[in-house]
Design a binder for this molecule. Structure first.
Ligand code: SAM
Length: 244
């Protein structure tokens, strides 16, 4: 059993949405003591990767699951402290369960440190909340069908009076908005690179947001938010009981 990592633990850490200061204190401490940093591609800010003193840093973009697991298992065997850094919060579209399943087969324990999801950085960029009283009591997080997903439930979900957040949809804004069954004048926004220095926020409605995002040249790394909550103080909210 390795001396330095006797519990055979690998840390899955949420890097936050981009701004290197939006990692948790616990995540930061783990980055500071990591020997091996396996990070999930371009949505993890390179500044954060560079700030870790880890001797070995590997971008997992394009890597096969088996190769990632083999790398992590080998370094655990060698007693290394391993951080698997996911963008935002690992629980949203992080494909972590398949990694955990393979690691558990090798008696390796995964511990997860949550992160700030980009969906919350998007709300911050819009200066709003997803659940203003009288406007929306529900946040739907979903993604459109595409290369890696056969069917989505966008039409069905859009019948619920909710705020909707679409991940992994930057190439599909036209297809998403065509499926939405809420009124075409419903407010919508696209947030590119929320919390990064080049963050962009595009406002519109269900009728024109795809066109506006296209005109702004946004084709990746963005979220689409749909619902009156997008308008923040102008959303038609009622004052909550919390402050009355
Ligand atoms: C594989 S998912 C990872 C999501 C991540 N786990 C999270 O909680 O934010 C990648 C998608 O998240 C969204 N995304 C991630 N970071 C973003 C950011 N800073 N701004 C806007 N969208 C972002 C985009 O829709 C992107 O296609």
């Amino acid at each position: 059993m390795p001396e330095n990592n006797p519990d055979n633990v690998i840390w899955f850490v949420g890097a936050g949405p981009g701004d290197p200061e939006l990692i948790t204190v616990k995540g930061r401490a783990l980055l500071d003591k990591a020997d091996v940093l396996l990070y999930a591609g371009s949505l993890v800010n390179p500044v954060l990767v560079a700030s870790s003193p880890a001797a070995e840093k590997v971008d997992s973009w394009g890597m096969h699951l088996d190769d990632m697991v083999a790398l992590m298992a080998d370094r655990v065997q060698k007693g290394k402290t391993i951080v698997r850094l996911h963008s935002g919060d690992p629980a949203l579209y992080g494909s972590i369960v398949e990694q955990i399943a393979e690691l558990e087969k090798l008696n390796i324990t995964v511990r997860i440190v949550p992160g700030v999801s980009s969906v919350f950085a998007a709300a911050a960029a819009l200066t709003t909340e997803f659940t203003p009283r009288g406007v929306s009591e529900t946040l739907i997080i979903t993604r459109p069908a595409g290369k890696t997903l056969e069917k989505d439930y966008i039409a069905e979900l859009s019948k619920v009076p909710a705020t909707m957040a679409f991940f992994l949809g930057s190439e599909h804004f036209f297809a998403i908005t065509e499926k939405l069954e809420c009124p075409k004048e419903t407010p919508a926004a696209v947030i590119f690179h929320a919390s990064w220095p080049d963050q962009q926020v595009i406002y519109g409605t269900v009728a024109d947001i795809a066109q506006r995002a296209q005109a702004a040249g946004i084709t990746k790394s963005a979220l689409l938010i749909v619902g009156k909550a997008v308008k923040g103080t102008e959303s038609g909210y009622q004052r909550s009981h919390l402050y009355s």
